[in-house]
Write a protein that binds this ligand. Sequence first.
Ligand SMILES: [Zn+2]
Ligand SMILES: [Zn+2]
Length: 176
Amino acid sequence: MDYDTYGSNAVELAIDLANADREDPGWVRAFLDAHTEWFTDGTSLSLPEQDAGQVAQTATLIRDVALAESEPDVMARLNALLALASPRPYATDHDGELHLHYARPDAGAVEQLTTTVAMGLSQVVVQHGWQRLGVCSAEGCGNVYVDTSRNASRRYCSNTCASRSTVAAYRARKRA
Ligand SMILES: [Zn+2]
Ligand SMILES: [Zn+2]
């Protein structure tokens, strides 16, 4: 499937955020530090507590979109996420290739993050169908994913979960 590169990367950022482990109180900072390439140079990544709460809310909304099981539900949840976005797109070639950024470059980290993931996720849903978002079928996982396979046949969040499930199914068959 060939969605545009930035859109595709932005949806991966959304999925990363939705799957982030929120147990550690410093998880927001850790997440931002692991994805610095998404923020304009000079953006402050040390957020006040309230902003960190907004990042958590955005993560929950992305999860909600991926977990929705009908088009009306996906639309409603996507619109809740989009309501938090403040798109002001601009063209840039900062990495050598002309592409769009969705948030204004001088916005704070939360606005840049929320806007980017909301727009990235929406583009995939609108262009490729809401069924492209799913939840990992591996036992005990629960991660969400975007299915970029040609025939939309993906069931697991990662190769690790896919092979873990294959092994488990094999053992179950052997036992039976
Ligand atoms: Zn860029
Ligand atoms: Zn998984």
